[in-house]
Design a protein around this ligand. Structure first.
Ligand code: GTP
Ligand code: SPV
Ligand code: MN
Length: 597
């Protein structure tokens, strides 16, 4: 392989030091070339780390299986290692830097013996943009290299941009023994350093993603006065041909990817609507000289949830993942293609499941539960440029202007389909008091409701009390702040069935949101915020049964009063660290609910 050089002394010294600790047999620099990618694929195939899929039906596609206990982010093994404990805040796991480095060093020592250490220079954001940050990931996993080449901008041009004395996030990863007892995901925001060991699962090991672009970036963003958020970014081209952009924060596996590339339902398509996908997971946002908030997606690919993806729910994604895609933990069909629960067509009669075991349609485990073919958090890694709705502004160094920020989560009850915050401060309260049901994206109890402010509870790299303060300050700095909304696609009826059809139909709600931003429609003032008048949601082509829209928009005062108990409990965790403004919003909501009860 071609040798790559960097004249950056800090980089060279750091690599030598890490190599001395991990003791790889060799060090290989990733230059970003197709030629090198092909070599890596070949080696990875030979080692059985990836499998080539049916090249006629899925050209350039591969399958990878992780260890059965390494299938989702491990939040209990994820730490923010600030020098002072309070700087990590009450919602993060904390370890002192010295303790964390010592513990991990013991696992990293000699972990790469017999392996290659790859040096991946990557840029989050367009190379050279003032938004962008450079990271260098050292890893002993070819799977990580191949994924990073899809998810980020990788190669020599990044080293060139780094130059002789540029700064970078030092990202070290080793699979080590893939032992959950020796697994640690450590962030040292004060050292601009990430150490991840003992895992091979995406969110734990693609260090440019959650570790750099959210945990470390959020820490930097507060200092530099911008925002690093767990948000999709999408452009909505309206009937007049004008494109407006929105950003939305939903917790993991709560619908960001799906919303970001929705296809307008017939009733709205006729009006001329069209969607442009900018990003599905992460937004970096800065205030520009026009007083507005501008956003980029620092990534170049999707690491999307497979189950439930089909040509009804997400036709654009079905199209996207036909080529050059790495599938992880899905079912392998006899014809060398793949399948997951909720994929197009009938379930196959047989295949090899995500664990690598023979699987037959309808098989049950010893307790009589159906055995899933694909893991519920199985995913695909695929380039954003494959996506038919990919925005033409993906590489614009200054990003896109954001008209609305949307928060949301999975709530069977309580939250209505949509409401608008009274103002920025109230919107920050709505975000800060968000809660959602746990999904398969994190190891833990499925379905349990937990507080997940701004969908950032697993991803904020510092004290969330300070994070809320930062959000409040950002609002004050903008002459034209985006309006803030809250949505819930997941309200259910008495039988537990979704009341709202979701997916493409969600555009009906987005249309109302933009109409509100453009002062086109009035709304109904309620104790929790502005709610649509029924007639202002265009329901053309969507005949919901009588009364369903009312149920979707209803606000149950008693339930909200109960919710406030949970919010109070959460806010109290922060003690004096919670901005007074949020307690003010809490009190005001309490009073408005009382006045309406
Ligand atoms: P991360 O990648 O984990 O951050 O998740 P995400 O927010 O991008 O989630 P994604 O869009 O992949 O959605 C996860 C699950 O929610 C999938 O099973 C979808 O089918 C389901 N889903 C998405 N949108 C809707 C919707 O509007 N209604 C309903 N009922 N389900 C939805
Ligand atoms: C999430 O869990 O929010 C994801 C997937 O987007 S991962 O990158 O694994 O964190
Ligand atoms: Mn995510």
């Amino acid at each position: 392989m071609k040798k790559t050089f960097s004249s950056n002394k800090k980089l060279i010294d750091w690599i030598s030091k890490m190599a001395r600790m991990c003791q790889p047999d060799r060090v290989v620099w990733i230059d970003g070339s197709d030629e090198q990618k092909l070599t890596l694929e070949k080696q990875s195939l030979a080692e059985g780390e990836i499998m080539r899929l049916n090249q006629e039906k899925l050209p350039g596609c591969f399958l990878h299986r992780t260890a059965p206990d390494d299938v989702a982010r491990t939040e209990h093994l994820t730490f923010i290692c600030t020098r002072k404990k309070p700087d990590a805040g009450p919602t993060n796991n904390w370890m002192s830097p010295s303790c964390a480095y010592n513990k991990a060093r013991e696992i990293f020592k000699g972990a790469m013996k017999g392996r290659t250490m790859y040096v991946i220079p990557f840029s989050m954001g367009p190379v050279g943009s003032s938004f962008s940050k450079i990271g260098i990931e050292l890893t002993d996993s070819k799977y990580v290299v191949l994924n990073m080449m899809i998810m980020t901008r990788v190669g020599d041009h990044v080293l060139k941009a780094l130059g002789k004395d540029g700064d970078f996030t030092k990202c070290l990863h080793s699979k080590a023994q893939l032992d959950i007892k020796k697994r640690l995901i450590l962030h040292f925001p004060e050292d601009n350093t990430i150490w991840s060991v003992g895992s091979g699962y995406g969110g734990n090991v693609l260090l440019g993603k959650k570790c750099l672009s959210l945990r470390v970036a959020s820490f930097i963003a507060r200092k530099e006065q911008w925002l690093a958020e767990h948000m999709l970014i999408m452009g909505i081209e309206g009937p007049n041909g004008h494109i407006e952009y929105i950003a939305a924060a939903f917790p993991s596996a709560c619908g960001k990817t799906n919303l970001a590339m929705l296809i307008p339902p017939e009733g709205l398509k006729a009006k001329g609507y069209r969607i442009w996908t900018v990003g599905d997971d992460i937004a970096w946002m800065r205030i520009d000289t026009d007083g507005r908030l501008w956003a980029i997606n620092p990534e170049t690919g999707f690491f999307g949830v497979a189950p439930g993806t089909n040509s009804k729910t997400n036709p654009n994604m079905v199209e996207t993942i036909r080529k050059n895609t790495i599938y992880t933990n899905v079912l392998l069909k006899p014809d060398g293609t793949v399948w997951w629960e909720g994929a197009d067509g009938e379930a196959p009669l047989e295949g090899i499941d995500w664990r690598g075991q023979p699987w037959r349609k309808g098989i049950k485990d010893s307790e009589g539960n159906p055995v899933k073919g694909a893991h519920p958090n199985s995913r695909f890694t695929t380039p954003i440029t494959n996506c038919p709705s990919a925005s033409f502004r993906l590489d614009q160094p200054h990003g896109v202007p954001i008209s609305a920020i949307i928060f949301g989560g999975k709530r069977q009850h309580l939250a209505p389909l949509v409401y608008e915050a009274f103002n920025w401060q109230h919107g920050v309260f709505a975000g800060a008091s968000m809660a959602s049901e746990l999904t398969a994206a994190q190891m833990g109890k499925l379905g349990q409701v937990r507080r997940d402010p701004m969908a950032m509870i697993p991803f904020c790299g510092y004290n969330m009390g300070d994070y809320f303060r930062h959000w409040l300050n950002m609002g004050k700095k903008m002459a034209k702040p985006p309006k803030i909304f809250y949505v819930n696609w997941f309200r259910t009826d008495e039988d537990g069935k979704f009341l709202w059809p979701g997916y493409g139909e969600n555009l009906r709600v987005l249309e109302w949101i933009l109409d509100r931003c453009n002062h086109k429609v009035q709304a109904q003032k309620t104790p929790i915020g502005y709610v649509p008048m029924r007639s202002n949601i265009d329901m053309t082509g969507l005949p919901l049964p009588e009364g369903v829209l009312d149920k979707l928009l209803a606000i149950d005062i008693k339930e909200w009063q109960k919710e406030l108990v949970g919010i109070k409990e959460f806010f109290k965790l922060f003690k004096k660290g919670l901005p007074e403004e949020l307690w003010q919003e809490y009190d005001d909501l309490l009073a408005r609910l009382k006045a309406n009860s």
